[in-house]
Ligand binder design. Structure first.
Ligand SMILES: N[C@@H](Cc1ccc(OP(=O)(O)O)cc1)C(=O)O
Length: 187
């Protein structure tokens, strides 16, 4: 499958995800940034973390283009912000754009839908002066917000290598799930 990873600057997270997935599988993988400058190498810390793990990295940053979007069969973003921005910019590709975490873990999206509904319920309870109901809904909202607080891959930009290592570990977890999911789709 042709997979495109998208982050902000295309120097930290998406190049890391690209190198890691290429190392794990034979899928065709590329990466790009929503606000990237063209032609820069991956950040020093990204290179360092990948080198430690023995993962080859050959990278030049690039801005997202229509051509790349047309090339990709699956577009996986690092955050919900990237996803929503891409969907706005390329509505014709909306059905193929997901955050990495939501694509590998549908529970996140489910919780978002439930949260949206809970806020509607909250407004209704407020309008109807249903105090008891209000408390129950507020508790539900707190619980759902806890579940979705973790939907983005953390941006390590400007941090030290140990933070990049955490990003690596997070990516590694979700890329392993992605690999399994793609095996099932390919079959
Ligand atoms: N903020 C950076 C842009 C940037 C942001 C995030 C970033 O990380 P990533 O490549 O993971 O999006 C890289 C670069 C700038 O000052 O130009």
């Amino acid at each position: 499958m042709r997979i495109l990873f998208v982050c902000t600057g295309n120097t930290c997270r998406s190049p890391m995800a690209e190198a890691m997935l290429k190392h794990k599988t034979n899928h065709e993988v590329k990466s790009a940034g929503m606000m990237a400058a063209d032609g820069f190498p991956a950040s020093q810390a990204t290179a360092e973390v990948l080198q430690k793990k023995g993962i080859p990295l050959k990278h030049q940053s690039k801005q997202i283009t229509t051509e790349l979007m047309n090339w990709a069969e699956l577009i996986l973003t690092m955050t919900r912000g990237h996803r929503d921005g891409l969907k706005q910019q390329f509505p014709e590709h909306a059905g193929r754009i997901f955050t990495l975490k939501e694509f590998t873990n549908p529970e996140f999206e489910e919780a978002w839908q439930q949260l949206k509904q809970a806020y509607i319920n909250l407004e209704e309870a407020k309008a109807g002066n249903h105090t008891e109901k209000l408390i129950t809904i507020q508790e539900e909202i707190a619980q759902l917000e806890g579940r979705i607080s973790d939907t983005d891959i953390f941006d390590p930009f400007g941090s030290n290598v140990s933070v990049y290592e955490k990003t690596y570990a997070e990516l590694d977890k979700y890329l392993d799930i992605l690999v399994k999911k793609l095996e099932n789709i390919d079959r």
